[in-house]
Design a binder for this molecule. Structure first.
Ligand SMILES: Cc1cc2nc3c(=O)[nH]c(=O)nc-3n(C[C@H](O)[C@H](O)[C@H](O)COP(=O)(O)O)c2cc1C
Length: 236
């Protein structure tokens, strides 16, 4: 098996950094800001490999709650299901010949200065985030290398588990650490309950959207991301 030396790592990382510099618009390196009409955008990333399932549904609720905070808020749900995101590229391992890589298509969406809030949603897998979520977060190193393109964007996390206390809080914290490293501004649910994020139970009778407690945390998180994002934009 071919070993990767430190020199390979540095060379490949630098090459990857150059590629992102070309892919990201020059404005991406600037601070997040509202457009001239005061509009901001909040993006949610669903890290379930299953398209349109419970994580995506919970994020839809979260975004709707964010939208209701102000007419100046636009939202977009991005599902990673079906996308090819190889986390090892972050460590300088080149793609295999002909291997598809969908991460670069996400870069302009994430780095857009108009995007003031990013909500990461992941299913709980064995008490932690999905491998797709991990790979996505690792690939975000390229934004870190690009002058901290995620810096000062507001971030929140939604974790969806098949059981009530299935590791949602540990999962949220695990995702939050990566976001902290990118200088993002982490928020939880705000008042009255000091919660880390949205903790959803997809095994509830009728499914995740019938999980009353989980949906309350989801809506509260959406509102909190929106409120702080508006503050960061200086429009509130
Ligand atoms: C490999 C695997 C591990 C899982 N581990 C947990 C777990 O530790 N805790 C939990 O509550 N649910 C666990 N689940 C259940 C999922 O978190 C749950 O079905 C979730 O709603 C899936 O999200 P999705 O519908 O968006 O794909 C696991 C599911 C899989 C496939």
């Amino acid at each position: 098996m071919e070993s990767v030396t430190r020199r390979d790592f540095v060379r490949n990382s630098v090459a990857a950094g150059a590629a992102v510099a070309a892919a990201v618009t020059p404005a991406a390196a600037s601070q997040p800001a509202a457009t001239s009409d005061g509009t901001i955008k909040i993006v949610a990333i669903s890290c379930s490999p299953r398209k349109g399932k419970t994580t995506a549904a919970a994020l839809g609720v979260c975004l709707q709650a964010a939208k209701e905070v102000s007419p100046r808020i636009e939202t977009e749900l991005i599902e990673l299901a079906g996308l090819k995101i190889n986390g090892s590229v972050a460590a300088g391992i080149p793609l295999a010949e002909g291997e598809r890589d969908d991460f670069p298509t996400l870069i302009p969406k994430l780095a857009d200065p108009k995007v003031l809030g990013i909500i990461i949603g992941t299913p709980v897998y064995f008490g932690n985030m999905s491998s797709l979520c991990r790979a996505f977060l690792e690939r975000c190193i390229i934004l870190w290398q690009d002058n901290f393109a995620l810096s000062n964007k507001v971030a929140g996390v939604v974790a969806v588990g098949g059981t009530r206390n299935g590791g949602q809080e540990v999962t949220i914290q695990s995702v939050q650490i990566s976001l902290f490293c990118n200088e993002m501004i982490l928020v939880g649910n705000g008042r009255p309950g000091p919660r880390l994020g949205a903790t959803v139970w997809s095994g509830a009778e009728g499914g995740a959207l019938k999980d009353e407690f989980g949906m309350a945390t989801t809506k509260a998180l959406g509102r909190r991301v929106a409120e702080v994002a508006l503050r960061v934009a200086g429009t509130r």
